[in-house]
Design a protein around this ligand. Structure first.
Ligand SMILES: Cc1ncc(C[n+]2csc(CCOP(=O)(O)OP(=O)(O)O)c2C)c(N)n1
Length: 245
């Protein structure tokens, strides 16, 4: 299946079962190449589904994605026309192990240093607004990189800015090694609330199907939801600084 994917357009044609199969093939391919060339294995094996999802939902390269650190961009490269080039990743005259704007129109920001993605994406969102354009901007940041000072400064700025942007927190409970610190303690508490999120989604799905009263009821519930969330989830840090989490 992987042989048929030359751009995200090809990906959009697949159904969910085909995408699952594709994810398996991609993981196999990454293991084959990286065991020869060296590189970041675990972080890329862990981001296969997220990358497929992002390229299915958004319209790259019109929409912009910024990969924090950039070490987890292998799947993105494979899906954006660099499948064969991937065999020479990190080799002389081969493609880079990090996003490079001169390598592809799908790479929007040169990363390598961690914790820069939210600030870069916010700049792109502001530039988009100034130009009256309508593309989406997405920063993908890991739980490790989120602990960097620049990421926290950018959250501070983005939270109160009116520029629309999306931050995907790729919380895989790992950094270079075990993640430590206060933010990590906070994220562990959030993770234990997954059950709440799941039940919430299924209630919404069921309600929205009820004719006429379905939508207004969902709206009321969404308003109540925030207050309930504040009761259930300890300290809504992201919401309190201006994000819808
Ligand atoms: C400024 C800076 N400090 C340290 C590093 C080394 N480094 C590379 S990846 C990484 C953490 C990655 O953890 P996370 O963001 O959770 O991503 P994951 O690997 O789990 O996908 C660090 C600290 C770096 N790239 N830049």
């Amino acid at each position: 299946m992987l042989e048929q994917i030359n751009s995200p357009k090809d990906l959009k044609k697949l159904d969910i079962n085909e995408k699952n199969k594709l994810a398996e093939e991609i993981r196999q391919y990454v293991i084959e190449v990286i065991s020869e060339n060296g590189g970041h294995l675990a972080s890329n094996l862990g981001i296969v589904e997220l990358t497929i999802a992002l390229h299915s939902v958004f319209d790259m390269p019109k929409d912009k994605i910024v990969w924090d650190v950039g070490h987890q961009s292998y799947i993105h490269k494979i899906l954006t026309g660099r499948r064969e080039d991937f065999k020479k990743i990190r080799k002389l005259d081969g493609i880079s192990g990090f996003p490079k704007i001169n390598e592809s129109e799908y790479d929007n920001f040169n990363t390598g240093h961690s914790s820069t993605s939210i600030s870069a994406a916010l700049g792109m969102a502001r530039a988009r607004n100034l130009k009256n354009e309508s593309n989406q901007v997405i920063a993908v940041i890991g739980d490790g990189a989120l602990t960097g000072g620049m990421a926290l400064e950018a959250l501070n700025d983005a939270g109160c800015s009116k520029a629309k942007m999306i931050v995907v927190l790729n919380d895989n409970e790992m950094s270079i090694s075990k993640n430590i610190g206060g933010l990590n303690m906070f994220l562990s508490k959030l993770r234990t609330k997954r059950l709440y999120k799941k039940s919430n989604i299924s209630i919404k799905k069921a309600l929205i199907q009820v004719p006429i009263i379905g939508k207004p009821v969902v709206k009321i519930i969404q308003r109540i939801k925030r207050s309930i969330k504040q009761l259930i989830i300890p300290k809504m840090f992201f919401e309190d600084i201006g994000f819808t989490y």
